[in-house]
Design a protein. Structure first.
Lengths: 161, 502
């Protein structure tokens, strides 16, 4: 088993199982950035795959599921200004902010509505995952937002003054 | 001789492509409108003429009635096909088309207004002798809640937009204390989607089947039904999988519901293609009228596949004043058809919409497989419009065979760059409740396993190994769009020679 240099970033929450034998991978054709081939994971069957290298990410389609891998360093170190930390409430979907229900210094409860995002014509309500105090509101009504962007900074109750 | 010399399609995505294909097959010249983000979309490429609306949001493009009518007149179109969504059920648009001398391919404005108002349409159903789900009168923001608003209905209940459709402006409310917030939020969404904030309450029937009947009516008094579509697999009150025939109906119930659907169409004075939606109580076998949709439905292909009719052609001929070329006896369904909607969304994150570039889009093909698609490889999927990318349809001589074809097709449909609901669809089709046909509108929320991340470890392992191999063998594509330029990147590929990067 080789040391994995890549981290699976999609689908979430999956841990790869160590296998004694590495699967047999055959790359059959490449056209610009797409690679096609077959993989024989464990029982002699061969399954088709399609992959795409998009800069620092590698996308793999296999058996109806799509995966995205990236170097762990890029997943952790690419955090720039405006990206999330643990006190941040981040945007779950790309869209437009249509309502902001909290202001700085507001105390919020678990499950309280913080922000409403309209994405693809559907309202998505961002609720507070914990009790806390609003330290900062990073967006306002009408702002266009992306998935993963910080919406609100919430200081948890325990840490509050 | 064709029925119209030129038709403008006032829509985008797969339905615009679908309508254009039929119009072109009928020998009609075609024009489409498009927004800035859609300038390279398939419907633009396919049409004989593409007219820029200018702007990006739905409001400033596909919902701008004035712009669309001006463009239709300027290109000398005789008729406008509205598709579904956008202006398809907007009575003002239908009326303004007539006033401008354009034929609107759909019902008359007063019929759209009547059926678009879910409250008035229910009254029409009652007059036609069709059973309805108990509901309240309308409410809008600023009005106080009448004390009896929810008392007759009870909890849980549904808040619905009076002008609603497509699951927009709909909320399930469990408790009285959540009602006010749900009313406000549903009303806001209704304003944004339909320009009408009125909402009402409706009794929630938990283990219901959503079954609808397609009807066609011409302007000389002929009305037929084209049998049912079962649409109970829904998430966020939007349909995901549809099939015909429905496993919920026996011949007697089918006949009674079909008769009710035709009665509803006749009693509202309906013309063109419409759909009468019912809830069927799986426990009692009772059925209730829900609403009638005055447009072509997203899921019309399953009807087309089992009856071998072209709904868009029939719509166009009816709008041109022709009488229906089919009698009820001519309509004999054959086999079974199923449709899966391919949404750009993350089924592992509560179906959150996904945007980005379609790095790969390789639709399947084969016997009994049909894809109605509005996207193409390398296209950017934006947050401006609906997240449905395409509809995959399978036909087979029976339910088992069409489902097997669908599963094979979904398994050979590579999509990269944007999360889709394909993994979810595969699990739904494989679920025992779905295979047995014993499912209702609670199917998705009842079964968490449909949306849990995959646990087939050997496949995850294989995918990871493929990615490693691509990394090791220095096989690289061009720098992706929207990623950090390599020069600025903090050397994520440690251990690799620098010259692998472009």
């Amino acid at each position: 088993m080789t040391n994995r240099r890549l981290e699976q970033i999609y689908p979430p929450g999956v841990t790869a199982l160590d296998a004694s034998e590495a699967p047999n991978i055959e790359i059959r054709s490449t056209s610009s950035s797409l690679l096609e081939g077959t993989v024989s994971p464990y029982d002699g069957r061969s399954i088709q795959f399609l992959a795409y290298r998009d800069g620092q990410q590698i996308h793999v389609w296999l058996a109806g599921e799509s995966y995205v891998f990236a170097a762990p360093a890029s997943a952790t170190r690419s955090r720039r200004a405006g990206q999330a930390t643990s006190d941040d409430i981040v945007c779950p979907v790309p869209g437009v902010v249509i309502a902001v229900h909290v202001a700085v210094d507001d105390t919020v409860e678990v499950g309280q509505d913080l922000v409403v995002i309209e994405s693809m014509k559907t309202e998505q309500i961002v609720k507070s995952p914990r009790a806390g105090t609003v330290q900062r509101v990073s967006i306002q009504e009408g702002d266009r937002v992306d998935r993963g962007m910080r919406l609100v900074v919430l200081v948890p109750m325990e840490k509050g003054d | 001789m064709s029925v119209f010399s030129k038709v403008l399609v006032a829509n985008r995505g797969e339905i615009a492509v679908r309508v254009l294909q039929t119009l072109q097959a009928m020998g009609i010249s075609t024009a489409v409108v498009y927004s800035d983000p859609d300038s390279n979309a398939p419907h633009v490429t396919l049409a004989d003429e593409a007219l820029a609306l200018g702007g990006s949001t739905a409001e400033e493009t596909y919902l701008d009635r004035r712009k669309i009518i001006d463009l239709a007149l300027r290109c000398n179109a005789e008729a406008v096909h509205p598709g579904y969504g956008f202006l398809s059920e907007n009575p003002d648009f239908s009326r303004e088309c007539h006033e401008a001398g354009l034929v609107f391919i759909g019902p008359a404005p007063e019929i759209i207004a009547l059926l678009g108002d879910k409250i008035r349409s229910k009254e029409t159903a009652v007059q036609a002798g069709v059973p309805v789900v108990p509901s309240s009168s309308a409410w809008q923001p600023g009005e106080s809640q009448p004390d009896n608003l929810s008392s007759e209905i009870g909890f849980p209940l549904l808040v619905k937009a009076a002008a609603g459709g497509g699951g927009r402006g709909m909320r399930l409310v469990q408790r009285l204390q959540d009602l006010e917030q749900a009313l406000e939020s549903a009303s806001r969404e209704a304003v944004s989607s339909f320009g009408d904030g009125r909402v009402f309450l409706e009794r929630y029937i938990p283990s219901a089947r959503h079954v609808e009947f397609q009807v066609l009516a011409d302007s000389v008094g002929n009305t037929v039904h084209l049998f049912e579509r079962e649409c109970s697999v829904q998430r966020r009150y939007q349909k995901v999988i549809e099939e015909t025939p429905s496993t919920a109906l026996n011949p007697d119930l089918r006949e009674r519901m079909a008769t009710a659907a035709v009665a509803m169409a006749k009693s509202s004075g309906y013309t063109n293609a419409g759909t009468v939606e019912f809830l069927v109580d799986a426990d009692t076998g009772e059925y209730f009228f829900l609403e009638m949709n005055a447009r072509i439905q997203v899921e019309h292909p399953v009807t087309e596949e089992t009856l071998k009719v072209d709904m868009v052609e029939l719509q166009t001929r009816i709008a041109a004043g022709e009488s229906l070329p089919l009698s009820q006896d001519d309509l004999q369904p054959l086999g079974h058809a199923i449709e899966c909607r391919i949404y750009a969304e993350d089924s592992y994150a509560n179906f959150a919409p996904a945007t980005g570039h379609l790095l790969a889009w390789r639709p399947p093909a084969g016997m009994g497989i049909r894809l109605d698609s509005g996207v193409t490889e390398s296209q950017e999927i934006t947050a401006y419009y609906d997240s449905m990318l395409a509809k995959l349809v399978a036909w087979g001589p029976n339910r088992k065979e069409s489902m097997e074809r669908m599963v094979r097709a979904l398994k050979s449909f590579p999509v990269l760059g944007i999360a889709t609901n394909i993994p979810f669809l595969l699990r739904a089709l494989a679920h025992p409740d779905f295979s047995s046909g014993e499912y209702d509108t609670g199917f998705v929320s009842k079964h968490d396993e449909l949306t849990a991340p995959p646990e087939t470890f050997y496949l995850n392992r294989a995918a990871g190994d493929i990615a490693e191999r691509i990394l090791q063998t220095n096989m690289i594509g061009p720098t992706g769009r929207g990623v950090m330029p390599i020069a600025e990147a903090p050397d994520p590929w440690h251990g690799l020679p620098k010259n692998v990067f472009p």
